[in-house]
Design a binder for this molecule. Sequence first.
Ligand SMILES: Cc1cc2nc3c(=O)[nH]c(=O)nc-3n(C[C@H](O)[C@H](O)[C@H](O)COP(=O)(O)O)c2cc1C
Length: 163
Amino acid sequence: MRVQVNYEDIFKRFNGQLPEGIFLNTNFEGEYNTMTIGWGLMGICWGKPIICVAVRFSRHTYELIEKSGEFTLSIPKNTVMKKELAICGTKSGRDIDKFKLCGFEKKDIIDKCDLHIECEVIQKTAMDKNTIEESIKNKYYKTDDYHMFYFGAIKDCYYTKED
Ligand SMILES: Cc1cc2nc3c(=O)[nH]c(=O)nc-3n(C[C@H](O)[C@H](O)[C@H](O)COP(=O)(O)O)c2cc1C
């Protein structure tokens, strides 16, 4: 069962869970993948509620979002999904079926989570290595693996509850 929710109501859940990890799900023509994210922004831009995620160019997720133009976030109920977040944050969907490994059903959402946010990419911005502060560059981008920032307009936002 789905229960619709306003994005304002999930701001705390989103920001509270980010340090632990949130699942970023992608699907391009039936090729499903999910990866853990720890960075993200939620707010208003272009008069719309937006979530911005930062995806490094090396990720399989990057290739899939480039093709699909959309992504869905699934937020765990609490921090009990530590093992799955660790797997999805270290293994690549290029090499392994993370859904199988974690015991997830292949769906647009991770249904072991209770809160889901569907986004359509309406703007993307590749990081400009010439404009980033030197200390951040040295800390996070030693290998030149920069981020693409995807601005996703929130299309749907809901809790899933067991029937
Ligand atoms: C807690 C945590 C947070 C992470 N946050 C991000 C992130 O915000 N952006 C990113 O590109 N990678 C992040 N990663 C790394 C990816 O999840 C990881 O490289 C993953 O294996 C990529 O999967 P893929 O190749 O299937 O897309 C994070 C990993 C962990 C464990």
